[in-house]
Structure formats: C-alpha cells, structure tokens
Design a protein. Structure first.
Length: 251
C-alpha cells in the first residue's frame, strides 16, 4: 500500500492522472506515510473489536496502542505542507509539534507496558456457566461493533469520493466505543455487582472518553490527554488490584 501510494502520488505530480482522481490525490510523497498508518490502524481496530470478548483491560490497552499510532501518524502530518526535498528551513516551524506527537506516543507505549504488568484478573463471573454466557454477550457485542465499523468505513470512502472531504472516521468510531464501553458496564452488572469490578469498568470508560477528546484536540493537548488517559487507567487498575487482593486476604 505504501509503495503503491508513492507511485500514484508521483503520477499525480507529473500530471499523468485524469482530472477527477487527481483532485483527490495529494502532491507530497509524505502523505503516503499517512495512508500506510491509516491501513495499519484499520487492522489494529479490527483486532480491538474482536479482543473485547477476551479482556476489558486488554481492550483498553489496545485502544491506547491505537491512540499512540494515531499520534505517530499525526507527527507525519507536519511534513505534509513542506516542499520537497525536506530541509531544516522548511521544517523548523514544524519541529515542536512533531517532537510532541512522537515522544507523546513513546511515553504512552512505555506507560502501557507498566499497565499490562499491573493487570490482575478476577474472572467475571466466577460461575463457569455464567462466565460463558458473559463471554457470548461480549462476542455478540463485538460482532455488532464490527458491522458498525465497516459501515463507518464504507460511508467514509463514499463521502471522500462524492465530496472530496475526509470523514472523521476515528473520532466517530471512538464515540461508538464509548457507548459500547458503557453498555458493557451495564451488562456486567447482571453478572457481577462487585464494587471493584464495576468501578474498574466504569473508570475504563472514562479513559476512553479522554482518548476520544484527544483524537480531535490540537497539538500538545492531544498528547496531554493521551498520557492522562493512560495514567488514569493505571490508577484505576492499581485501585482495583488493591481492593481485589485485600478481599482475597480477608476471605
């Protein structure tokens, strides 16, 4: 995809494309990186959707991974308006946003490694039949989310072709994720009313809200919100672990 996009952009730069498609194709080769990252995000989101049935914590971790990739993709947007070849004079005014996005993504991934190590799993619910039922509900929700994801993707492509305008795909999808997270919290109440579980799942939904706002936030704010969401998720996990392990010792 990356090499194909570079080839198409080069054809457009040389005026070898028809007027219609030429208006939709960018002129900078750096935009090929943006397209490649978008395809990578597409597969990451699919993995996230079908990972919902396995673990709530892992699903949030995948959301944070996706957000970090979005930050890296945004860092390449700094090159988009720069004339080729890239020089310091052309890039000097874009370096701070670029460094902010790049190091912000790095910080989130480093914190995420700690977040995964903090994970302490309490089966929800403990009854095997109820647990299987809960997993089936989450799989059904994942399937619905997959069809919603594909519908948003098709609409985005149609909108781009018809109007030449990019549809806010990831902001819309993260909004759907927030609704799914809240629905999952409500569904989990039917299987477990343990306070640590309810608090953790509700807190993870708040972290998703922070990520949703961060996607559309300007430079620097997006990094701050992403790191804040990661630290908040770590705090929620720490509180959950302390409650669960404390209950185990009391039991």
């Amino acid at each position: 995809v990356y090499l194909l996009t570079i080839g198409v952009i080069e054809l457009n730069r040389r005026g070898l494309l028809p007027p219609g498609p030429a208006g939709l194709i960018p002129q900078s080769h750096i935009d090929a990186v943006h397209v490649a990252f978008s395809f990578l995000l597409f597969f990451e989101v699919i993995e996230l959707i079908f990972g919902l049935s396995r673990s709530v914590s892992r699903a949030l971790g995948k959301q944070l991974e996706i957000f970090a990739i979005i930050l890296l993709r945004n860092s390449f947007k700094s090159f988009a308006g720069v004339e080729e070849p890239i020089t310091w004079d052309g890039m000097s005014g874009h370096m701070l946003p670029l460094l902010s996005e790049a190091f912000g993504a790095l910080a989130i991934i480093l914190l995420l490694a700690v977040f995964y190590r903090m994970h302490y799993r309490l089966p929800i619910p403990e009854n095997s039949e109820q647990r299987q039922s809960f997993i089936m509900v989450k799989k059904s929700l994942s399937l619905v989310l997959f069809f919603v994801f594909m519908a948003i993707g098709v609409y985005s492509l149609v909108n781009l072709y018809a109007k030449g305008v990019l549809y806010p795909f990831f902001p819309v999808f993260f909004t759907v994720l927030i609704l799914c997270d809240i629905l999952l919290v409500l569904i989990s109440l039917g299987y477990s009313s343990l306070f640590p579980v309810v608090f953790r799942n509700s807190g993870f939904a708040v972290a998703t809200v922070l990520l949703r706002v961060g996607i559309t936030a300007p430079a620097y704010y997006d990094v701050g919100l992403g790191i804040a969401a990661t630290l908040y998720a770590m705090g929620i996990t720490l509180a959950y672990n302390l409650h669960v392990r404390g209950s185990d010792k009391q039991g």
